[in-house]
Design a protein around this ligand. Sequence first.
Ligand code: SF4
Ligand code: SF4
Length: 160
Amino acid sequence: MEPSQIFLTDEEFEALFSAEIARLIRNLNEVSQQRCRECGGKCCREVGCRLYSPAFKGCPIYEIRPRECRYHFCNQLFVQAPLDKEQLELLMRPITEFTRGNREEIARMFPSFPTFPPGEEGLASLGIREAVVQVVQAFEQGELSEETARALLRNICRRY
Ligand code: SF4
Ligand code: SF4
């Protein structure tokens, strides 16, 4: 699998998931900003993301984060930004496809499922685990600035 299938730009995400879903997720992101900053990325830590470090001010590859991350909002965010029934159904549409077992649609929407792409196994399968870990460690040890570390991680993930 190519990293470009996993690490998506906003435009690529929108092309896959539709403009309506992308807009809804942008709105939820706006609501989440303050809350996620205060929380410090509890979900990213718990899910075992190897790109995560509490020393970063947020996701280091935010611009190209995988769809699994774009799609994740914890319950406290849903409470803060209550969605109406129509919006909820729209958001759940790709997940509904999952449960219906539409294999083609699943493979198209979530090509790495059930592996979490920025986790240990996901990065290893893309052949970039060591490179990612080295950059995160160098940043945590003060050898790289945050800006440089972020740029390097984006390069490794997408090979811009
Ligand atoms: S989505 Fe929820 S758990 Fe994750 S960083 Fe934001 S507030 Fe924290
Ligand atoms: S890649 Fe995903 S799990 Fe990792 S820090 Fe970014 S948003 Fe969190």
